[in-house]
Structures are given as structure tokens and as C-alpha cells.
Design a binder for this molecule. Structure first.
Ligand code: SF4
Length: 399
């Protein structure tokens, strides 16, 4: 990155903001403050922060200090970085730099320890992030952050609360990273696993997702193998992702064993036939040697019959090896025509797959009492349709 690209003068930043405002159409959404992410510290690597320090006439080690303050101390305001000289802090602020952290608007906890939070972005839009604590049989503790990549989602899968809530915009790199830091603060514990399975389709915002992935790996120090990128399938993006040879898991949301049923559940499947999707998954495995996980939401009476399981097994076997199926019993959402299958049906589906030598797991439903389905909590708070509605806010449960 060229040296001076980092240095945002206040006049320049103001000019960019006013230009962005002047280009916006005159709807109520356009009256939101515009977000300028070019002077945000969060998301920058240590070499970039060292360079930034040099650009401001500081010694390089001040950049290393900045790195620790952002990712370890998790400071939110530049003026709070008391390890840095006051003059450096002032210079950063005057040049338009900011940390890039947003406040937690609401937090709702479930009886099983799952906590769902709403983060209020600079333009007042709300995004959902979930912290899922798990203690396994051996007593080791995992904390998974389920993070969003977009404000809402344009793909409108028929069973999804986020899809029903509409779409606003892509998240920026720092808005993705800050979700993990917010979960760490809330639990006072390091996040061990990250799944890009919150609001939005990560492949429609792949640039920011990959930048955030790098930051979470290198700066926040979460292993690549501890991260999962989920997609419902966007043409040409799986091949692109494979070219990065990440050690993270690719999770493909399948939800149906044939094209006709899939189009009914996932309308965007019309533009990405199942054959093409499976070919891309096969190529992904060959190129990365990383097993692909297929997510399959079980909808009672729709896609949960034994013949569906048999068809799914045949589909996977026709595409070679290296696959795993994760079954997700549907989480009921308000206004949905779908129902959650009985446990007996879920177990029978899993057994039918296993009998065909497909490895299967059944996702344990977490936080059912905290609006567990993706997008549900935000929709409760944000009915109209993407901005906060003060009148609609329920009181949060204590954490
Ligand atoms: S399931 Fe995922 S891709 Fe489909 S509408 Fe919901 S957030 Fe979007």
C-alpha cells in the first residue's frame, strides 16, 4: 500500500463525506450519515500500522503498540490509547482517523449460554452476531462467534428470517472484525471459532470477507482451521475462493437433493444449477484438499423424507469424496409456513445418510429462546425495515 494512502487529512475526509452525501438519492435512507471507512484503524495489519506511524513522523514501534491496543486491549477511542504520545493521538484524530468500533445496541441471552447481540453501525443500521459457548466432555471450552457479512441479505431463502428482513448493504472489513471483538468482550474470553453464517451471503461480499478473514487470522490470532465460510452458492465464487487455498472450511447450504426442490427453498438456485454447484465443490476439494461441508436445513414434510436422504447420498457419491453433511432442524420463525421436524424424523434422515456411508452431524439448536434463527432478533428490533424503530424495541434480558 502506498505510504500516503493511509494519511487522511480532515479536509479531504470531510470533502469525501460531503461528496458521498451529495450523490445519495433523496429518500429517507439517504439521510443517514455516510460511512467513510478509509480512515479506520481496525482491520489494518501490524506492518500497515507501523507504516502509518512512520507516516505521522513517529517511530515504527508505535505502530506495533497501536496493533496491541486495537486487537489485544480492544480500545475503542484513539484518545484512550494512553500508551501513545498525546501528539500522535491528536494528529491521528485531526487527520480523520478512528478506531472503527460500534456500540452493542442490545444483547439477549438464552438459557444455554448463547448470547445474541445487535451491533449498531455508524449509519444506524443493526447487524446480528451470536456468541455460542460450548464445553465438551473433556472440559475444554470453545467460544464460537457466528458473524454477519451483510446488513440483511438479498437472496431471500424461503425459510430464513434474514432473507425476509430485506437487504441494505455489504459490511466493511472492520464491521466484520468488530463482531468477533464484541463477542470476546461480552464473554471475557477469546473466540476460538468463527463461522461466517450470520446475516448475509459472504460470497456476495467476498473482498471484505477475505480481508476480515486475514485480520481475524493474523491479528486476532484465530486459526484458519477454526473458521468456516458459508455460502448458499453464488456462481463463480467457489472457484475464486479455492484459488486462495485457505485452510478454513467451506460450508455449502444445500437444503435439497435436486434442482426442483432446491429452487423452491432457495430461489437464487435458479441462476446456479445444482450440477454446476456440485462440480465447483468437487473442484474446490481437489484444489484445496479441504473437505466441503453441506448444510441441510430439515423442513418438516418438505425435504426431510427418507427418499430425500437417499437422493442426497447419491448426489454426493456422484461427486467423489471429501464431503460431510450437517443437518439443521429448522428453527421456527414468525410468519413462516415451514415447521420443525420431529426428532424421530431427523434421526431417521441421519441414519439413512450414514447407511449410504455419508458422514453426518446434527446441529444442536442453540439459543432457541434468544430468537435462534439467523436474522430473527434483528427483525424483532427492526421491523421497518432496516432502520432502528425505537417504538418496537423490547427490553433485553440480563446477560
Ligand atoms: S439463508 Fe443465508 S443466503 Fe439465504 S437469505 Fe438467509 S442469510 Fe441470505
Amino acid at each position: 500500500m502506498a505510504t500516503l494512502q493511509h494519511v487522511c487529512s480532515a479536509p479531504l475526509a470531510r470533502a469525501l463525506r460531503s461528496r458521498a452525501a451529495s450523490l445519495a438519492p433523496s429518500t429517507s435512507r439517504a439521510r443517514l450519515p455516510q460511512t467513510d471507512s478509509s480512515c479506520v484503524l481496525l482491520g489494518l495489519s501490524e506492518p500497515e500500522l507501523r507504516q502509518l506511524a512512520l507516516d505521522f513522523g513517529q517511530q515504527s514501534y508505535r505502530g506495533k503498540q497501536l496493533h496491541g491496543l486495537l486487537y489485544k486491549t480492544k480500545g475503542k477511542e484513539i484518545q484512550d490509547f494512553s500508551h501513545l504520545p498525546q501528539a500522535f493521538r491528536n494528529d491521528l484524530c485531526e487527520a480523520g482517523w478512528r478506531v472503527g468500533r460500534s456500540p452493542v445496541h442490545r444483547a439477549v441471552s438464552a438459557a444455554d449460554g448463547t448470547v445474541k447481540i445487535l451491533i449498531k453501525l455508524e449509519d444506524n443500521r443493526l447487524i446480528e452476531t451470536v456468541g455460542i459457548p460450548v464445553e465438551d466432555d473433556k472440559g475444554s471450552f470453545r467460544l464460537t462467534a457466528c458473524i454477519s457479512s451483510q446488513v440483511g441479505c438479498p437472496l431471500r431463502c424461503s425459510f430464513c428470517a434474514t432473507g425476509k428482513g430485506g437487504y441494505s448493504r455489504n459490511l466493511k472489513r472492520h464491521e466484520i472484525v468488530e463482531q468477533v471483538l464484541a463477542i470476546e468482550e461480552l464473554f471475557r474470553h477469546r473466540v476460538t471459532n468463527v463461522v461466517f453464517m450470520g446475516m448475509g451471503e459472504p460470497m456476495l461480499n467476498l473482498k471484505s470477507v477475505l480481508e476480515a478473514h486475514r485480520c481475524l487470522n493474523k491479528d486476532v490470532q484465530i486459526g484458519q482451521r477454526m473458521m468456516t465460510i458459508s455460502t448458499v452458492g453464488v456462481p463463480n465464487t467457489i472457484k475464486l475462493l479455492a484459488s486462495y487455498k485457505l485452510q478454513s472450511t467451506l460450508a455449502v447450504s444445500l437444503h435439497a437433493p435436486n434442482q426442483e426442490l432446491r429452487e423452491m427453498i432457495v430461489p437464487s438456485a435458479k441462476s446456479y444449477p445444482l450440477d454446476a454447484l456440485m462440480d465447483d465443490c468437487k473442484a474446490y476439494f481437489i484444489q484445496t484438499r479441504r473437505r466441503v461441508t453441506f448444510e441441510y436445513t430439515l423442513l418438516a414434510g418438505v425435504n426431510d423424507r427418507i427418499e430425500h436422504a437417499v437422493e442426497l447420498a447419491e448426489l454426493l457419491h456422484s461427486c467423489g469424496r471429501g464431503y460431510h453433511v450437517n443437518l439443521i432442524p429448522f428453527n421456527p420463525i414468525e410468519g413462516s409456513e415451514y415447521r420443525r421436524p420431529y426428532k424421530k424424523a431427523v434421526l431417521a434422515f441421519a441414519a439413512a445418510l450414514e447407511s449410504k456411508k455419508i458422514t453426518v452431524s446434527v446441529r444442536q439448536t442453540r439459543g432457541l429462546d434468544a430468537s435462534a434463527a439467523c436474522g430473527q432478533l434483528r427483525n424483532n428490533f427492526q421491523k421497518s425495515p432496516l432502520l432502528e424503530s425505537a417504538a418496537a424495541e423490547p427490553q433485553p434480558l440480563p446477560i
